[in-house]
Design a protein around this ligand. Structure first.
Ligand code: 09M
Length: 487
């Protein structure tokens, strides 16, 4: 370690700031980040603030290189409070105040919330299909899943009512009851379905949560990628008795590499999650928080919203191209929702019982990578005719290539894992298989089927596309096991 000539902080020897006029210069245009699944388009991470460069010097640099308070750097939490007040002010109960905790991505917030609330064997209400990162975080608890159906308007109220009708509200007062403690949902353009929970369904869902005294975990990283200009009311803003914990993320609108998300909710609950963060990572990276704050502070709330609108407009245009390609090449072969936002198209292949084999063998051989539907269900061993395509990274031209992933030769059949003859031979059609539709990686590489697979194509796929994600998930699961063994 060397003492920095520019400040009193001890800087690591490899951090050479001497040529930078006593400053770390942060060149903000463009910031390229690469990851595979659900990765955002790099251009959506372009930070244009002022001249495109901002500098970190003096006191701000000192702070960025030091420990910070667990909830987050005060200037950033203050900025975020103003944002949340504007976007999600609680209505109907003015005395309800919210606190904020900055977490290393919303994934970490989710896991900490689950660990705070759940005990092994508990029940949980979950919309299906659901985000695989959530399912992975829940798996060690060996839970009973109360699955709620979704349709083009998101979580179905009748299905939720039916699922909860086996309990009475009084069960919530009985500690021996297995009544669920929480509902997990994604309100905006869900991962993977791409559709939002319809505005008119939100209050009834919240009322059911209230009736059975359940907490609502509102996981909303795609909120700012809403294609319509109006944002629907969030569950947090509809809450009038302090049962909603909301998770936001900067991963889709600023940068996933910053690893910044934030939990907003009633102070007693946020305080409990903060205690957990205090004994795990202590706080989010001060450098990341400083970068985010510098940028957000320059933009102001309105500037941030304008930036987010630009990102959403980009994804809307990508989505339109993807839908045009699907309409052109997939009519009669697959069905899909029209996304309300986000970066995913959720397709149901006609006549194929399980897309896993189709993707891991046929699609990969054509260098097309998609996520099979089974990864989005609590029971991921069950066959699924669905698949998730991401429209974040591919160009419109790639989506519509003459030899794309989904051009079908209707007369040939694919034998799927379940042995069912399939009408859709999506990946055999023509010559030059090209990367098309998606650069998503397969979430289910850790499951039993991948272990059973010895195909070189599949092994290449795992190595090239999933190693990063695999390591990430392993760390998550091992980390969780360690935390749980210490509790
Ligand atoms: N695939 C996400 N989704 C994803 C994904 C990912 C590596 C991430 C929902 O704030 P963050 O970045 O921690 O966001 C976590 C998160 C929470 N909730 C609904 C999400 O979609 C991010 C990362 C590899 C693959 C990934 O596929 O879908």
């Amino acid at each position: 370690m060397l003492t920095s000539p520019i400040s009193s902080v001890l800087l690591p020897f490899w951090l050479d700031v001497s040529n930078h006029a006593n400053a770390i210069r942060l060149h903000c245009r463009p910031v390229y980040l690469t990851c595979t699944a659900a990765r955002s388009r790099s251009s959506s991470f372009t930070w244009s603030s002022g001249g495109g460069t901002f500098e970190l010097t003096g006191a701000a640099l000192n702070k960025a290189l030091q420990y910070a308070p667990t909830n987050g750097m005060p200037e950033l939490t203050k900025w975020l409070s103003a944002l949340q007040k504007k976007m999600h002010a609680p209505s109907g109960n003015e005395s309800l105040s919210h606190d904020i905790l900055i977490t290393p991505g919303s994934q970490d917030g989710l896991c900490k919330i689950f660990e705070m609330i759940l005990n092994p064997g508990d029940s949980i209400v979950l919309e299906e299909p659901s985000y695989p990162g959530t399912l992975a975080g829940l798996r060690p608890f060996d839970l009973k899943y109360i699955s709620v159906e979704t349709d083009g308007g998101g979580m179905r109220v009748d299905s939720l009512e039916r699922a909860m009708s086996k309990w009475s509200p009084a069960d919530a007062l009985n500690p021996a009851s297995d009544i669920p403690k929480l509902i997990y949902l994604q309100p905006s353009s869900s991962n993977p379905t791409g559709v939002a929970i319809a505005p008119e369904r939100r209050l009834p869902i919240l009322q059911i949560a209230k009736k059975y005294d359940m907490l609502v975990i509102e996981d909303d990283p795609y909120y700012y990628l809403n294609f319509a200009k109006e944002f629907p009311r969030s569950f947090l803003s509809l809450d009038n008795d302090g049962r909603v914990l909301r998770l936001d993320s900067f991963s889709k609108v600023l940068s996933s590499g910053l690893r910044l998300g934030f939990v907003t909710g009633p102070k007693p609950l946020v305080d409990r999650v903060a205690l957990h963060l205090q004994v795990s990572s202590m706080h989010c990276s001060s450098l990341s928080q400083t970068l985010a704050f510098q940028l957000l502070n320059q933009w102001g709330v309105d500037g941030f919203l304008a930036h987010a609108r630009g990102v959403a407009d980009f994804y809307r245009s990508q989505c339109e191209h993807m839908l045009a390609a699907a309409n052109k090449h997939l009519k009669g072969l697959a069905d899909w929702n029209v996304p309300t936002g986000g970066m995913f198209l959720w397709l149901k292949a006609r006549g194929i019982a399980d897309t896993f084999g189709l993707i891991s063998e046929k699609a990969l051989a054509k260098q097309v990578v998609l996520v099979p539907g089974n990864a989005f269900y609590a029971d991921d061993a069950a066959p699924s005719p669905f698949l998730r395509a991401s429209f974040s990274s591919v160009s419109p031209a790639q989506m519509d290539e003459p030899a794309p992933a989904f051009v079908a030769r209707r007369d040939s059949a694919v034998t799927t894992r379940g042995g069912a003859g399939a009408k859709l031979n999506a990946f055999d059609s023509t010559a030059s298989g090209r990367l098309c539709l998606s650069l998503c990686c397969c979430w289910s590489v850790g499951d039993s089927r991948s272990a059973a697979s010895t195909s070189p194509t599949y092994a290449d796929f795992v190595r090239l596309c999933c190693s990063y994600f695999y390591a990430w998930m392993s760390r998550l699961v091992v980390g969780l096991a360690v935390v749980r063994s210490r509790c």
